[in-house]
Design a protein around this ligand. Structure first.
Ligand SMILES: Nc1ncnc2c1ncn2[C@@H]1O[C@H](COP(=O)(O)OP(=O)(O)O)[C@@H](O)[C@H]1O
Ligand SMILES: [Mg+2]
Length: 266
């Protein structure tokens, strides 16, 4: 196994990475400051980014950074949760026994959010990931559920995160009211070229080595192939380590990157 060959404790490019081990890209820092603003302003935030750019990871970091005495986070990935499960799940997590009729369920959710904020002084932070999978109906429902006191107050934070398709959905006239209530918006960008070295270094350190396992030309090649999308970098870098190990090379060179790439379909 390549981990042993490179003195690694495990594959440093695995999906799961603790939030305190993340690479702080410019983009992540920008997003964090926007979320800090949203934390004070409350209301709706929108995060848009292509697959693999780090949206879910950033949200995980944000949710874990919240002071539990003041905030409670609720996470729903729409890719795996149906709309009905979302409403019911939200009601349940807010401590309610979900009602059957939708109108009642919505009222129940609203009142639970209201009492969490006004009585317990805890702001609910509701995260809807993969929001590009939402139907217009759901988007409209969100506007209804998250409409408090004729919109004069925001006793909640709602974060919508998803792929760029959501932009065209929100652009539809029927979604004007929801779109107009978005307080902060952030576009996830890919890592810049000069960030890739730092990213690889952070991930390698996470796996337990401070050795420079990638040559400068190999990093150029990795950037060329992946455009700085973290998920793609992870797959390619893993394959590079496999190939280098097979060839008993202590470092990944440019040729190894192209060999490793040929196996992946990007
Ligand atoms: N800031 C970061 N530091 C380290 N790894 C990251 C970072 N952002 C993303 N990743 C890695 O990239 C992978 C893809 O990120 P993810 O958040 O799932 O993307 P998205 O939700 O946009 O599709 C994650 O599994 C994680 O390992
Ligand atoms: Mg995601």
């Amino acid at each position: 196994m390549f981990t042993q060959f490179f003195n690694l404790k495990f594959n440093p490019f695995t999906k799961e990475i603790p939030v305190d081990k993340l690479f702080l890209s410019n983009n992540l820092e920008e997003l964090t400051s926007r979320l800090m603003y949203l934390q004070r302003a409350r209301g709706i935030g929108l995060i848009i980014g292509e697959a693999g750019t780090g949206k879910t990871t950033a949200l995980r970091q944000y949710a874990q950074s919240l002071n539990p005495a003041l905030f409670q986070s609720f996470y729903f990935p729409l890719a795996t949760v149906t709309v009905q499960e979302f409403y019911r799940g939200l009601a349940l997590e807010l401590g309610e026994e979900p009602k059957h009729k939708k109108v009642d369920l919505f009222r129940q959710i609203q009142s639970a959010i209201g009492s969490m904020y006004y009585e317990r002084r805890v702001t609910p932070v509701i995260i809807l990931d993969e929001i590009h999978m939402a139907s217009n109906k759901l988007l409209e429902d969100l506007r209804i559920i998250f409409n408090f006191n004729m919109d004069s107050e925001n006793p909640f934070i709602l974060i919508l995160a998803g792929q760029p398709l959501i932009r065209s959905k929100l652009a539809l006239n029927v979604n004007n009211p929801l779109r107009q209530r978005i307080v902060v918006k952030h576009m996830m960008s890919n890592m810049q070229k000069d960030e890739l070295g730092g990213y690889l270094k952070t991930r390698l350190a996470f796996g337990g080595t401070h050795e420079e396992l990638f040559t400068a030309p190999s990093m150029e090649a990795i950037y060329g192939v992946t455009n700085g999308v973290p998920r793609l970098v992870n797959s390619l870098a893993t394959n590079c380590l496999l190939y280098a190990c097979e060839k008993k090379q202590r470092q990944v060179d440019e040729e190894t990157v192209y060999q490793a790439q040929s196996e992946l379909n990007f």
